[in-house]
Design a protein around this ligand. Structure first.
Ligand code: RAT
Ligand code: ZN
Length: 414
């Protein structure tokens, strides 16, 4: 019964890199984009003799052929990211054992993107998709400036890494766009940066404001990142009621020759997150973290602060052995008060495998937990399982977004 409920309950996917089809070419889909996923590019360079420069000079189709050859033909495709391509193709009804890239390409060529988007959402049982929207992205910004408003399943989150991590360089962009900012964070600059955030959060109707952070992130601290968080981002989020989503643990460009595939991981000192939650009870925080070594501490922190909602097994954590471990631990620490997974899909079709693989593990963990309950004589009813799964698949997140923080939180400041 648990497996059936988990398999059939539609999910809100709260962090992806997908786009509404209205964004045109920004929405990646189909076999070539599936193969040229940066997770697979990194794996290909474990095997290939082709140089980085030669690889980047290839056209998308040629890159896809090289990846297919190295990862699927010359070796069995048993990594999680390889297996994901095959799960996707299999669920789409393609015969993967033929190992025939060209016939797979032909199958995709017949689809129109609007129909295919609906088909993928349906197959993956995803009812909403949160995009990652950056005002600093030159391809995406014009779509918003032309008045795009999301009406369908695609929702928005305002991503602000350059504002925090690359000030004052990003200040030059803000100045070009008419905000009266200076490199120093003086009072006028602070209010103009807040005006910038308010304009974009409104334009995007963002669900939350988000940033990824390096392992060194500290708070409070005498540095620009900490000052921008304290003076600009947190007051902005508190005023408009948005959670601030922090994603610590990424060490960007450890191998820049791999481009997007070249980021790594490092451990964080979670005292920073503890301080954020304790010092800003008027703010809500979402958090997912990249290092396995930080996962337990993060679970414990969520027990301490109702203004912290933890979500997802992010990026290098999204492999079956760790999803099982992390989900089990979170349920044991937090019951149902977290969001176990997001897809982080960059290619539309990945929704199919990311959710299929995650559902299998989430249902295995739930079966064990309900079974432990049954041994006490507490037998869960079908409606209770359905309620719980709905909560894990978006209900807890929506309540966190909409809900008021406990009264003691706001009193703590007074
Ligand atoms: O998982 C990924 O695709 C990464 O490249 C990142 O985009 C990461 O999820 C992020 O949001 O920074
Ligand atoms: Zn992401």
């Amino acid at each position: 019964m648990v497996e059936q409920v988990v398999a059939s309950t539609a999910v809100d996917d709260i962090h992806t890199h997908l786009y509404d089809p209205a964004f045109g070419k920004l929405l990646l889909w189909g076999i070539d984009d599936l193969l040229v996923y940066h997770y697979l590019i990194a794996e290909t360079f474990r095997f290939t003799k082709v140089s980085y420069d030669e690889f980047w000079a290839l056209r998308l189709k040629q890159q896809a052929e090289l990846i297919w050859d190295e990862l699927f033909i010359r070796h069995s495709p048993i990594s999680e990211a390889c297996r994901g391509v095959l799960t996707t193709l299999n669920k789409l009804g393609l015969d993967v054992k033929r190992r025939d890239l060209n016939s797979i390409r032909k199958w995709f060529a017949d689809w129109k993107i609007e129909d295919y988007t609906a088909h993928c959402l349906e197959l993956a049982k995803v009812k909403s998709v949160c995009m990652t929207n950056s005002p600093f992205d030159d391809l995406e910004r014009p779509v918003w400036e032309n008045g795009f408003v999301s009406t369908g399943p695609f929702r928005s989150a305002l991503r602000i890494d350059p504002l925090l991590l690359d000030w004052p360089k990003t200040g030059q962009l803000l100045a070009k766009w008419g905000y009266k900012v200076k490199p120093q964070l003086d009072a006028k600059t602070v209010s103009e940066m807040r005006r910038f955030l308010a304009d974009w959060a409104k334009r995007m109707q963002a669900q939350y404001v988000m940033v990824s952070l390096p392992p060194e992130f500290a708070y409070p601290a005498e540095n620009e990142v900490s000052q921008i968080v304290e003076k600009i981002v947190l007051p902005h989020c508190a005023e408009f009621g948005y959670p601030f989503a922090v994603m610590p643990g990424v060490r960007r460009a450890v191998n820049p020759r791999l481009q997007l595939a070249g980021d790594g991981v490092g451990r964080n000192d979670l005292t920073a997150l503890q301080n954020l939650c304790a010092m800003h009870p008027e703010n809500k925080f979402l958090c997912t973290i990249l290092s396995r070594e930080n996962q337990h501490e993060l679970g414990v922190l969520a027990r301490k602060f109702a203004n912290l909602h933890i979500f997802g097994c992010w990026w290098f954590m999204n492999i079956p052995s760790l999803v099982d471990e992390i989900t089990r631990m979170r349920i044991e620490l937090l019951g149902l008060s977290f969001t176990p997974q997001h897809s982080d899909a960059r290619v539309l079709d990945q929704l199919i495998y990311k959710w299929d693989h995650s559902r299998t593990i989430i249902s295995r963990v739930l079966v064990d937990k309900y079974d432990d309950l049954a041994k006490t004589g507490w037998v869960v009813k079908k409606e209770e399982i359905e309620r719980d799964v709905r909560f894990l698949f978006g209900g807890a997140f929506s309540e966190f977004l909409a809900g008021k923080l406990p009264a003691s939180n706001s009193q703590a400041k007074e």
